[in-house]
Design a protein around this ligand. Sequence first.
Ligand code: GLU
Length: 427
Amino acid sequence: MSTGSAVAEPTGTSVAGPLGEARAQLAEAAAILGYDAAETAVLAAPRREVTVSIPLRRDDGTTEVLTGHRVQHNLSRGPAKGGLRYSPDVDLDEVRALAMWMTWKCALLDVPYGGAKGGVVIDPRQYSTAELERVTRRYTSEIMPMIGPTRDIPAPDIGTDEQTMAWMMDTYSVASGHTVLGVVTGKPISLGGSLGRASATSRGVVYTALAALRHLAIDPASATAAVQGFGKVGRGTARFLDEAGVRVTAVSDQYGAVWCGGGLDLPALEDHVDRTGSVTGWSGAEPVENDVLLALDVDLLVPAAIEGVIHRGNAAAVRARVVVEGANGPTTTEADRLLEERGVLVVPDILANAGGVVVSYFEWVQANQAYWWSEAEVEARLADRMAGAWQDVLAASRQHDCSLRTAATCLAVRRVAEAHRQRGLYP
Ligand code: GLU
């Protein structure tokens, strides 16, 4: 990696929100690794960013213009990889942060990708399926020059799903004149998706949660847990924890939380959610405030919703012994420090929720080879990767006497920096 005059802006940690957090984590890792300001600036700077307008014809005949982004943070280790988020809260800085975390996540799990993220500023609940299809196809065609199986491979994230990926794959394939299965991951099984992809993030969260509990000599069979979020990550996490014998006493979604000290009957709760669309209003548990869930007296807390939910204002109230980050960036830097001071073990997002991108990688490998693996093969390979990464991070945290987050970030940043250094700076 070259050294020389530093670029000031991309490493700036003064920016608020997830991007400030992501940059602060990189700055800390770079300092431990002994990288100078120029090296750090290269690692911090997004490689490519595009912002596009998405004119949408609504079902009522009116037209509105939405905004979308795609950020490729780093390409040193391979094609860019990362999800596409549909949320009214999306902004470019958030997408930049999420793209940087994808770079570290892929490097940490040693999948041969760089990091990327996309986002469209939209509340998908306010739009019909036909409108979402038009948004997705237009966004895909606007970012078409950037994506492809060897360039940048999107996947689902908050507000998007396998149907979104099917539309993206179809739009890209029609423009290419042939079917290109490897352009996105998280596709429906019938269209080249991988068995085990839908549950992969949750499975990975539970592998790391069980490893963390055992590391603290807490028997999972006598442990309790609270899970914030009941979507693609939180729902499976609650179910797999329950199946592993952990007593899940509370879960929440964006509408509220429910609690039952004896443990939630998760199959019954899932039935209720399938019928009503929310965990709230279920007769099998007591309603509680979302903030109360974060402060419950449990062994394990899994924030599996959005960024920044554990912050300076509520970190002191967290009573769990282990926080396993199912979401990306749920703990702010200040909260991280407060939790560390109080001896709460935080398993960082780039490790804990990496199961999704690991099985995305498996899906891409299978699509490129047109040869499909059994669910058992996918799960065994995922378990192997997660166990290996957990051991690597634990060993690095002992070696450097630092938090799991700092250890994970250092391992990942070093892998990316080494790839960059070996490739050299062009021209
Ligand atoms: N959106 C997921 C994440 O944040 C998955 C990304 C992927 O599979 O590319 O890790």
